[in-house]
Ligand binder design. Structure first.
Ligand SMILES: N[C@@H](CCC(=O)N[C@@H](CS)C(=O)NCC(=O)O)C(=O)O
Length: 212
């Protein structure tokens, strides 16, 4: 399999972590988002949304949208389970995963921050305030949905909610979001990073990682 990804991309981080947890080998194909490679016709032919990740299976089938890719991976290689089978448990886990993937990530995406500058003249400080504000609002909702007595989001092992959380918390750290009000998110992130398969998916451990 080939995973088109960018080292700092939180959507790529989710998928890398899932592939690693399942013990699946993949080749990383870097897409430099800062250089705009996601907009090149050769890439949008694979992923019309001009974003990463894109997973290309060994038979050439192309999958886009990180949450759909995670669903495919979990349905195809069920162990360890990332999306619970029980309908109620599944709904709770997906609610947290979607809070990150559908509420937080889209307003914090690179193209949005870039447009704040190019179309509305936002300064670097205003862009930072935007990122911090939306992440803080989103994390407040996520934190309230999490139990306080489990190592991971909903139990003893990481699931799709944990993968979304650990990736978004990387972005939060990058933008210096204050995390004092989020002990559940902080605990879950530390426990995720102690899992070698998740740590191997961390941005700093990717072949296209750059010094910052
Ligand atoms: N909903 C999509 C979002 C994909 C996406 O936009 N990913 C970001 C990186 S985390 C990206 O490629 N951004 C490029 C840009 O905004 O130009 C998914 O989950 O796969």
């Amino acid at each position: 399999m080939k995973l088109y990804s960018y080292w700092r991309s939180t959507t790529s981080y989710r998928v890398r972590a899932a592939l690693n947890l399942k013990g699946l080998a993949f080749e990383t194909c870097p897409v430099d988002l800062v250089a705009g490679e996601q907009k090149a016709p050769s890439y949008t032919a694979l992923n019309p949304g001009a974003g990463v990740p894109t997973l290309v299976l060994d038979d050439g089938t192309t999958l886009t949208q990180s949450m759909a890719i995670l669903d495919y991976i979990d349905a195809t290689w069920p162990q360890p389970r990332l999306i619970p089978a029980d309908p109620l448990e599944r709904a709770r886990v997906l609610a947290v995963a979607h809070s990150v993937a559908l509420d937080i990530h889209p307003v914090n995406n690179l193209r949005v921050v870039q447009a704040l500058g190019t179309e509305f003249g936002a300064t670097p400080a205003q862009k930072k305030a935007w990122m911090q504000d939306w992440m803080t609002k989103g994390f407040t909702a996520v934190e309230a949905q999490l139990p306080s007595n489990t190592p991971f989001a909903f139990g003893a092992t990481p699931n799709i909610a944990d993968l979304c959380i650990v990736a978004q918390m990387y972005n939060a750290d990058r933008w210096e979001v204050a995390l004092d009000a989020f002990p559940n998110l902080t605990r879950i992130t530390a426990n995720c990073l102690a899992v070698p398969a998740i740590m191997a998916a961390h941005p700093d451990n990717q072949p296209d990682a750059k010094e910052t």
